[in-house]
Design a protein. Sequence first.
Length: 234
Amino acid sequence: MAEDLLKDLNPFDIFDAEAARLDRFFSGLDDAGRRRPSRCAGWSVQDVLAHLAGEEEYNHACLDGEVEELTSRLTVEGVSGYNDFNEWSVRLRRELPVENVLAEWRTKNGETRRRMRALGRDALIDTMAGPYPVGLQTFHYDSEYATHADDVGAPVSDEEAEGRTLWRVAVGRFVLDEQGADVQVEQTAEQIWVCADGVTATLSYPQFVNATVGRLPAGDGADPRIVAALRCLA
């Protein structure tokens, strides 16, 4: 079973670690650092923080069983779809003092992490896709936070880099299977073999992770069909 890929990982500990990384990073930025472009097209580093703060509205709606109510409220605001919601969340906070946005995100995310951990892996919460296990939803959040930490250049120590890459490989493989992606993936001790649309490729672990979150640089030379088939977490 694909879920076996995740059985030895603790999604809540990972969530705490990635949130702490982002908190340290955002807390230490000066004005120039906040305004620096991120890896997200069109967003500054500060915009990524605004996005994370805005996402908590959805995270809390999931926990409160109010996703439908949130969707209705956003429709009134003229917001439809995930990308539209992201841009709207950033626009709302772009002119606010960064200290206020950081405090909003820190407080709301802290509540999200506490409540998710208290519910446990097997509990179900409301999501846009319907009821979904808390543990698996947390793994999605883990990937989101790790991706955005990389987007803004938050430091990763040498001691944690390998383990962080390994859990991200496992989450990517799980989500590809969960989504029924038309791609074959085989993991060896050092690399990932991929086959999609009759094309094969051998990727390093970091390349595979970047492909699953839509961050594989064009200069890496991977076939576009492989890149498209692997994108599952962004």
